[in-house]
Design a protein around this ligand. Sequence first.
Ligand code: UDP
Ligand code: MN
Length: 251
Amino acid sequence: TDPVIYFITPTAFRPAQRADLTRLSYTLAHVPNLHWIVVEDTLEPSKCVSDVINRSRVKATHLFAKTRTDMKMKYADPNWRLPRGVDQRNAALAWIRTQLSDATTGAVYFGDDDNTYDLRLFDEIRKVKKAGVWPVGIVGGLFVETPKIGANGSIESFNAVWKPERSFPIDMAAFALNLTLVLQNPNAGFSYDVPRGYQESTFLEGLGISRKNMEPLAASCSQVFVWHTRTEKPTLTKEKKKMLERYPKNI
Ligand code: UDP
Ligand code: MN
């Protein structure tokens, strides 16, 4: 049988949250054997996110983990100022390690709420033996950021331009892992103590992955099945300021 895909989505309130999550939920509703782990950046689960999850009919676990106050960005901050999703992804990993400790199959993927996913991505995620990698569209200042594959079919280099010296100069959406690897390396996770752009590299190193043993997928990294789309931040100039930092009803 197909391994279950554990699709981890950190999600934080902003005006387009419900819209982005609704669109993502309709993508995931097409995918068999998927377990959606939604981790809200809140002190308690919100009705908004609960409603979206329930309406989707996707099998899901709704967790919450509020970002440390000193690490939480304000609405007007540029998105690169601080790492995003650290506490949420760690909460999902902790849930996996306690709830699925006896699992022998499964795939783990970090799927942000604002990206765009081709359904063919999920076939690639299920192929992962240890750690799979593929191109991501519109990220890192490029149309496509991707590993470059040599004649022998393994990774030769990466085309990344932004911080190419990273051990893995790739986006969070560029890889998936076998669940057993996550269970075997209980200390691998995300951290505020790493330089900007190093979340992926630090995590993958913690799992004992090297460039050499990553599996290039998506037809030897020739196909783009995920895009790092970003929803424009609405200015809402006619709205009261306080509305931008909290939950209004049903938007
Ligand atoms: N996110 C979060 N808390 C935050 C900011 C973002 O949980 O304070 C989530 C967000 O909903 C998304 C992921 O973390 O699923 C990545 O954030 P974002 O899309 O803003 O980052 P970028 O695409 O710019 O890397
Ligand atoms: Mn994003």
